[in-house]
Design a protein around this ligand. Structure first.
Ligand SMILES: *Cc1c(COP(=O)(O)O)cnc(C)c1O
Length: 383
């Protein structure tokens, strides 16, 4: 999959044999994880240099060579760079920021399992990712250097699900579940599939974006044995929608896995209606349905990356009705204590027993008749 550009798609790694480059284990072994390695590749600003030095105490630095190549090294404000290169602001905390903003620990009946909603659980199967997002909502446990350690006991977690017959939907997350080997993942999925009340399985993964080489025909052949199995990927900027990511999504989609996308609204990355519109259009071309845009969780040290709720609503306003309905995600705030709450531009201006006043995407206002809950024969006009 080489191109004619100098260095091809491998960019700074043009000297590497394509067979190595396309091997996900090679990509993981050659991740950029130290300030020394990063500085050779990218002149750092003082804010970044200090951020990298302090990252080891909060959330580790790791960037796959593949994803690193998407950085525009001439642009200190590059939207790809902002997602993965630590900054010193990460070490300061705004008054409203928290270690565990979604109170996952408070909804953890057995370690590694978050049971916050009635019929579904979040199953944290690993604390490692291919690269680390600087705004990670779970940085307290992810990457192994933060405040806590993830101690998932698979036997205990699976037993909990077996005992809780109301759980019909399991969301595998972490960390990134696709970092598990095919064998471990298959063993886990087959245990979950064997539970009669488990209907729906899904995997939350940024691997198709950080490490598309991991999406192999063998992985897809294994996953398709566990249908219905869905996947939520995580894409934030149109530049992440590369040919490699598109090919990885095609393999998954051809294996019958419906794909959704989760985006985090991030200042200086995608807090712009034009950028977001380009992203959602590219996602549709990759056979991925935009699912959620998240308001950036109130996790410690992320204030420099947080855009306003007003901006999020403005983005939805710019999409809804102006483009394909499938391209319009739901904007949600995962507020402390509240769980996911949808927010968006108001389309209902007033509502009583007789009528509802609605506003369309152009801002025009309409009155529409409301129907009573008990059937009444409509008056018949007699001429
Ligand atoms: C987001 C989330 C889910 C899944 O929510 P959906 O709206 O069904 O995608 C499940 N459990 C927890 C704890 C979550 O945070």
């Amino acid at each position: 999959m080489q191109t004619d550009e100098p260095g091809g798609r491998q960019g700074l790694w043009s000297h590497v044999a394509p067979a190595d480059w396309n091997d996900w284990r090679w990509q993981l072994r050659h991740r950029i994880t130290t300030v020394e390695a990063l500085e050779i590749l990218l002149p750092l600003t003082p804010e970044e240099r200090e951020g990298v030095l302090l990252a080891g105490k909060k959330l580790a630095l790791a960037i796959t060579p593949y994803f690193f190549n998407l950085i525009d090294r001439a642009d200190p404000n590059c939207p790809i760079r902002r997602q993965v290169v630590p900054r010193v602001e990460e070490t300061t905390t705004a008054p409203w920021e928290l270690t565990d903003p979604c109170d996952e620990d408070g909804h953890t009946p057995v370690s590694g399992l978050v049971h916050r909603y009635p019929d579904r659980v979040l199953f944290l199967v690993t604390d490692r990712c291919a690269s680390y997002c600087r705004y990670c909502t779970r940085c307290r446990v992810v990457s192994g250097v933060g405040e806590q350690h993830l101690e998932t006991n698979f036997t205990v977690a699976i037993e909990y699900i077996r005992q809780h017959t109301e759980v019909r939907d399991i969301l595998l997350s972490g960390g990134d579940p696709l970092l598990l080997s095919d064998e471990r993942l298959e063993h886990l999925l087959s245990q979950l599939r064997a539970i009669p009340h488990v209907e729906f399985l899904r995997i939350g993964s940024r691997i198709p974006i950080f490490l598309p080489q991991r999406i192999t025909p063998e992985l897809c052949a294994m996953l398709k044995k566990f249908h219905p199995l869905w996947m939520s990927i995580h894409t934030n900027h149109p530049r992440e929608a590369t040919a490699e990511a598109r090919d990885a999504c095609a393999l998954l989609a051809d294996a019958g896995i419906p794909l959704g996308n989760q985006t985090v609204l991030l200042r200086g990355v995608n807090d712009d209606p034009a950028v977001m519109k380009s992203l959602v259009h590219k996602l549709l071309m990759m056979r991925v349905r935009p699912y959620y845009i998240y308001q950036c969780d109130l996790v410690r040290g992320t204030h420099h990356l947080r855009a306003s709720v007003r901006k999020g609503i403005e983005i939805i306003e710019a999409l809804r009705g102006h483009t394909t309905g499938y391209a319009v995600p739901q904007y949600v705030i995962d507020a402390p204590g509240a769980g996911k709450v949808p927010v968006g531009p108001d389309s209902v201006l007033a509502h009583d027993k007789q009528r509802i006043i609605i506003r369309n995407y152009e801002g025009r206002v309409f009155e529409y008749p409301e129907v009573g809950d008990t059937y009444v024969t409509p008056p018949v006009a007699i001429r």
